[in-house]
Design a protein around this ligand. Structure first.
Ligand code: FE2
Length: 258
C-alpha cells in the first residue's frame, strides 16, 4: 500500500507539473511522437493519461461481445477482452510498481513507455504492448464491417500493392508466417505502406534495439491462439479469413490520414 501511494503521489506530481506538455506535443519532438499522439487521440489515450495516475484501465468495447458474430464468436471476444486484455492491464500496473523513480517517471502514458522501451524490464514491455495492441485492435473491428478500404487509404493500397486482393494476400501471409504468438500490421513507414509482423506483444511504435517493424499502425491483427482457438482451434487461416469480414475500414482510414 505504501508503495502504491508513493507511486500515485509521484505520478500525480508528474502529471501536474507537465499537464501542458503531456497533453500537447512539446514533450515529443520527433516524428515518432507526432505519430503516437495521433494514435493516442484515436484511442482516447488522453483519458488513459489521467487514469494512469491511479493505474491503467481496461477500455470498454464500442460493440457487444456478440457483435462480430458469426465471424468472431462471443465467447472468444468476452474472454479475450475481460481476461486476456484485463490481464495485461493488471500486470502492467503491477510491473510499474516495481520500477525505480527514474523509470516510473516515463510510465504516465503508453507513448512515453514505448519511447524508452529498451530501458524497461520485460514485464513492462510485454504488458504495455498487450494493453496498447488490444486497445487498438478492438477499434479496428466493428459489426457489419469488412468490404473495401476507402479514400486515401484505398488509393495508397492500390498504388503500393497493385490491388486490394494482393494487399489481402500479403497481409494474410504475414499473419500466417508469424511463428508462435504475435501481431500482423499494416503501417506507414517513411511515408509508405508496409506490411509486417511483430512477436509476442511488441508493436511498431516501440523503440527497441535491432531490426524490427517500425511505423505508424493503420491495421493490426492479433494472431495469438487465444484470439481464435475456441472457434477455429488450430486453423489460423480461417480466423484470418474471418477478420476481413469485420475490419473497420473507416477507422483504418482515419489512422492513415492522421
Ligand atoms: Fe490477444
Amino acid at each position: 500500500m505504501e508503495n502504491n501511494n508513493t507511486r500515485r503521489n509521484f505520478l500525480k506530481q508528474t502529471a501536474i507539473l507537465s499537464t501542458g506538455t503531456i497533453i500537447g506535443s512539446s514533450l515529443f519532438n520527433s516524428a515518432f511522437a507526432a505519430e503516437t499522439n495521433s494514435i493516442a487521440d484515436g484511442l482516447n489515450v488522453e483519458e488513459e493519461k489521467v487514469s494512469a495516475v491511479d493505474g491503467y484501465t481496461l477500455p470498454n468495447l464500442a460493440y457487444a461481445y456478440d457483435g462480430l458474430e458469426p465471424h468472431i464468436d462471443k465467447a472468444t471476444m468476452e474472454i479475450h477482452h475481460k481476461k486476456h486484455h484485463q490481464g495485461y492491464v493488471t500486470n502492467l500496473n503491477k510491473a510499474i510498481e516495481t520500477l525505480d523513480k527514474k523509470l516510473m517517471e516515463h510510465t504516465d502514458t503508453l507513448e512515453h513507455i514505448f519511447e524508452k522501451m529498451s530501458k524497461f524490464p520485460e514485464a513492462v514491455r510485454n504488458n504495455s504492448g498487450g494493453h496498447y495492441n488490444h486497445s487498438l485492435f478492438w477499434t479496428l473491428m466493428k459489426p457489419k464491417g469488412g468490404g473495401n478500404p476507402k479514400g486515401n487509404l484505398a488509393a495508397a493500397i492500390m498504388s503500393t500493392f497493385g490491388s486490394f486482393d494482393e494487399f489481402k494476400k500479403q497481409f494474410s501471409d504475414a499473419s500466417m508466417k508469424r511463428f508462435g504468438s504475435g501481431w500482423a500490421w499494416l503501417v506507414v513507414q517513411d511515408g509508405k505502406l508496409v506490411i509486417g509482423s511483430t512477436a509476442n506483444q511488441d508493436n511498431p511504435l516501440m523503440r527497441l534495439r535491432g531490426k524490427g517493424l517500425r511505423g505508424k499502425p493503420v491495421l493490426a491483427l492479433d494472431v495469438w491462439e487465444h484470439a481464435y482457438y475456441l472457434k477455429n482451434q488450430n486453423r489460423r487461416a480461417d480466423y484470418v479469413s474471418s477478420f476481413w469480414n469485420v475490419v473497420d475500414w473507416d477507422k483504418a482510414e482515419s489512422l492513415f490520414n492522421s
